[in-house]
Design a protein. Sequence first.
Length: 591
Amino acid sequence: MAGQLGRDRIPGAAVAVVSADGGAYVKGYGVADTATGAAVDPERTGFYLGSLAKLFTAQTTAQLIVDGRIDPAADVNRYLPAANRIPDSYPGRPVTTDHLLTHTAGFDSDLVGVNSATPQGLSSLAESLAEHRPARVRPPGTVVAYDNYGAALAGLVVERVSGRPFAEAVRERVLGPLGMDRTSFVQPHPEGLQPAHGYRPDGADGWVEDRGQYGPWTPSGPGGLTTAADMARWLRAQLAPDAAARLMQTTHYRQDPALPGLGYAYEGWTRDGFTGWFKDGDLPGFHGNLLVLPEQGLGIYVVYNGDGVDGAAGWDGKELIRAVVDALPGAHPPAAGGGGRGSTGEARKAAGTYRAARVSRDSLMRTEELFGSVTVTAEGNGLRTDGLSPDPRHPEQHWLPLGGDRYRERDGQAEIAFRNGVLTASDNPSTAYQQLTWRQRPGPRLAALGAALAVLLGAAVAVPATALARRLRRRPAHPRPARAARAAAAVAGLLAAGFLAALLALVADGNAMMEAVPLGTPLALAPTWWGAAFPPLALAVTAGAAAGWLRHWWQLPGRLAMTAVALAGCAFTAFLAHYHLIAGPLGALLA
């Protein structure tokens, strides 16, 4: 732990390791507040749960299922108010509570502006879910795609069925009985709780405090606060499971029959011959990981109050858990190398570009596919992947065949499998990856964007330069409409430059982007504001280029140049519309 905090510049952390027989190791590391130097106290220092909150949502829902008050296979609209009912986009295939708890409801993903920097003045869960309801983009129960909206909707089901606000229902049914007195889902938090501050690295040796840990979607992540000591109590209960915990720790969906599947909020997990249940959770400045090994009677929880260099904290928790498991008696990693035969034909069939199913289709978060796609390349009868690894320091992985469509990581234990154009990874059972056709791949779109930007940026420089040269040579001025068309071309180039600068500023720091997108800050929305100003100029340039040919405003090279700028403007506008990077009604119309 000391090595991780120093290497990755994380202020503090807390760990809880518990056994079914009552043994526990609970400890804090580093500081909870860099300004005061207050040390992390595992009994009192609160860490934000992030998506670990989904476990509490699942547990409370599972209790209501066990009590017979929720039918997990029934249309979930049965339990929802009218304003939150799900449209019948796929007749005969309703969304169920089971789908909500296994990330298979089929909703699009859009977290822009959902979180808040402060806990005051938040809208209710029902109001926020109605306001931010995403489209249904696939039939339920067909593809797993990590789903924050679905988990939050399960929390609303808890509210409606229990007749209590979500935070009160969880307190009454889970936290109170376990003595978790320093865990809360109430916003603002009750007096007496001591939240740690979350940070991201800044400069050579400093930190910037992250914001964005609050929001109305508490059942899926924001707002929940706990301590390592309380999580030790929760883990111990999971190792002596009641009916609800057993329901959580049952596989309810499996994308590929050969790989781990999904429990309720849990992900199946395997290593060293052990099988268990895993969950991680992330909010700006806070990253937690949790594992339950029922057969070994072991539970592990680790959380950090810093993002770490290049977002390393999310991986650090997984690294620590693996180190603990590797040290257990009876650990026996599989033999090195593949165990079956594979063919170059099978490897080539699997090769291609894949997009995470959770990538948005209807919001600016669609841009994630430009920078987050997975590339699969054939290496003889094996494979190489780039972008699939959970370790940000080692994005490239090599895979050896196990037979059929399964592969095991060379010098590792992870496995992947391919079925009907879908890639499933044992390290991430909660999100499948769908193979893209050549028309869907981001490479051609990025190439077209690069060419369009080159032409537009060239116009921003060339138009004023040629106008100045013409004036110095005392040549007759072009007609006013011709000058206006060329001025529009120059301004379009400047707008394109502004858009590019805003987009690069957003993606340059992944830690800052993780804060900006759910908060909907100017940093996140600036590209869409630049994009909104572009289509009218692109139309003006196109009209000017057409008029230039009809009225012979310029010589042939000038007309060709304006035509190139017009085509670049059209291509750039199409790119902006496709990725929902045009704000306002015009963006909605073009999308």
